[in-house]
Design a protein around this ligand. Structure first.
Ligand SMILES: C[S@@+](CC[C@H](N)C(=O)[O-])C[C@H]1O[C@@H](n2cnc3c(N)ncnc32)[C@H](O)[C@@H]1O
Length: 222
């Protein structure tokens, strides 16, 4: 992939939050179509390392050994950054093409096709860490989704979320970030760490949040 192709990927990322066909309010076909067109190939490039490295760093620091769930795992790029001796990885994604490619990275990992709108862990499985790596913005109700996934955590578990700084304030990404920040302000989200990642070349930024269980459990568990 050329430098210009990567830039096109960056543009896709910004457009993806404004174009209704790419917001994640869209049916499976739209995400599937972007994977078939290889729009997200650039996520495997070296320039994307900082975001994945921070997410992976939090996972390894918080979890000497255990089970994680990667929600909207895409092509499983995060797997490249995780120690398979320590991390028992499961992931799912709405795009069958992405899941097929992710399975090639690690044939032992449990990676399935599914939607976060109706995902339920098999046999009441729980996870030490649940990751939303640039995927929470894709659902119509990100805060409701977050609340539901807290129910799939072990009692001492954590949720890690990466949120891209979309420069379009009307984008679903920006809306998701605003809703999430309102939860923090209201004390309904327990942020135990947060980092900002900057791509100095493109000026693109992400914030990566590490959440513990909410202090006011009743707010999240009903
Ligand atoms: C920007 S990509 C990020 C992929 C991956 N997390 C990464 O960082 O490499 C967003 C991902 O969310 C997935 N996605 C969108 N809506 C989804 C849904 N409702 N349920 C599950 N996955 C979804 C897309 O198919 C896509 O793989």
């Amino acid at each position: 992939m050329t430098h210009e192709d990567s830039r096109q990927g960056d543009r896709s990322r910004e457009q993806s939050a404004t174009d209704p066909s790419q917001t994640g309010f869209s049916p499976t076909l739209d995400w599937e179509e972007t994977f078939q067109r290889n729009v997200w190939d650039y996520l495997g490039e070296v320039g994307e390392t900082p975001r994945y490295a921070v997410v992976a760093g939090y996972i390894h620091k918080l979890l000497p050994r255990g089970r994680i769930l990667d929600v909207g795992c895409g092509e499983g790029v995060l797997l490249d950054y995780l120690d398979p001796e320590r991390i028992d990885y499961s992931g799912f994604d709405i795009s069958p093409t992405a899941v097929t490619r992710a399975r090639r990275i690690n044939v032992d990992a449990k990676i399935t096709v599914g939607s976060m709108d109706d995902f339920k862990p098999a046999e009441n499985e729980t996870y030490e860490i649940i990751v939303f790596n640039e995927s929470l913005q894709s659902v119509r109700q990100p805060i409701e989704t977050l609340r539901r996934f807290f129910g799939f955590l072990t009692p001492s578990g954590h949720i890690i979320i990466s949120l891209f700084h979309n420069r379009n304030p009307e984008s679903v990404g920006a809306l998701c970030t605003r809703s999430f920040k309102a939860e923090i302000q209201a004390g309904r989200v327990n942020v135990i760490a947060a980092s900002e990642v900057l791509n100095c070349e493109s000026g693109l930024k992400w914030t990566i949040y590490c959440l513990g269980r909410p202090r006011t459990i009743e707010t999240f568990d009903g």
